[in-house]
Design a protein around this ligand. Structure first.
Ligand code: NAD
Length: 260
């Protein structure tokens, strides 16, 4: 479905982003992965995408807190592969603390990585998409783009922000063959969720097991974590011709969380 197309996925060295990268590669797209991590592990991940799916895969170490590095990542992808047709804004971090104790540098980092980086990638990738008359922009938002939880002020603010960015850009390019949508997962078992469990336990004064049972899975009526493969399959659908009229939408994939 995506042969001769190129997908750039920010924050794709682990978790949901890596699942997007592999699912889009399976559809024949050349891939640019991005994110932090151990260099040897990243090289293994990159090489596995090439060998498993017979596509080309490059790695960009661009820091999503740095606008110049983001612009260079998109420019390099266009030079190396000829185009950026699918842009998935997915890099994200979390910090859990009461708002009056929230570290200022964590607020700034979350807004930069989870929200502003998507503005920077979009403004760099959009001219090429407009020129070719085809594009798919997918922003990983969250159930936290629709509802809040205590102690996640920066994350909830960034995710509500990305919902607004999604709708705005969708309207601006609606007649250009480019769709812009957000995927809003509930809890997906990835390093991001695993890492917040100790802090949530501390903030709420409960055990880590209680966090999993009473905070995390209690939000999801299915009582199951969403899987990374389920989220990636939704992104693949949004890239299809069948999804050409879906734009400016927030796609919930949250086990019923936000239906409550
Ligand atoms: P993850 O920690 O596995 O992945 C995050 C990715 O972002 C990693 O590749 C990491 O290296 C990268 N990253 C972090 N800081 C970066 C920076 N400064 N520059 C470049 N890359 C950076 O987490 P995940 O759960 O897969 O999260 C992916 C996205 O999904 C995030 O936007 C997150 O908010 C969102 N999300 C996750 C869940 C969940 O339950 N896991 C739910 C809803 C939304």
């Amino acid at each position: 479905m995506l042969s001769k197309k190129t997908a750039v996925i920010t924050g794709s060295t682990s978790g949901i982003g890596l699942a997007y990268a592999r699912a889009l590669a399976e559809q024949g797209a050349n891939i640019v992965i991005n994110g932090l991590g151990d260099a040897d592990e990243i090289e293994k991940t990159r090489a596995a995408i090439e060998s498993d799916f017979g596509v080309r895969c490059a790695y960009s170490a661009a820091n999503m807190m740095k606008p110049e590095e983001i612009a260079t990542m998109i420019g390099n992808a266009e030079n190396e592969f000829g185009s950026v047709d699918v842009l998935v804004n997915n890099a994200g971090i979390q910090h859990v603390a009461p708002v009056d104790e929230f570290p200022v540098e964590k607020w700034d980092a979350i807004i930069a990585i989870n929200l502003s980086s998507a503005f920077h990638t979009i403004r760099a990738a959009l001219p090429g998409m407009k020129q070719r008359g085809w594009g798919r922009i997918i922003n990983t938002a969250s159930a936290h783009a629709l509802v809040a939880s205590p102690y996640k002020a920066a994350y909830v603010s960034a995710k509500h922000g990305i919902a607004g960015l999604t709708k705005t850009v969708a309207l601006e390019v609606a007649e250009k063959g480019i769709t812009v949508n957000a995927i809003c997962p509930g809890y997906v078992w990835t390093p991001l969720v695993e890492k917040q469990i100790p802090d949530t336990a501390k903030s709420r004064g409960i055990s880590e097991e209680e966090v999993k049972r009473d905070v995390i899975l209690s939000a999801q009526p299915t009582k199951k974590f969403v899987t990374v493969e389920q989220v990636a399959a939704l992104a693949v659908f949004l890239c299809s011709d069948a999804a050409a009229s879906i734009t400016g939408s927030l796609q919930s994939i949250d086990g019923g969380w936000t239906a409550q």
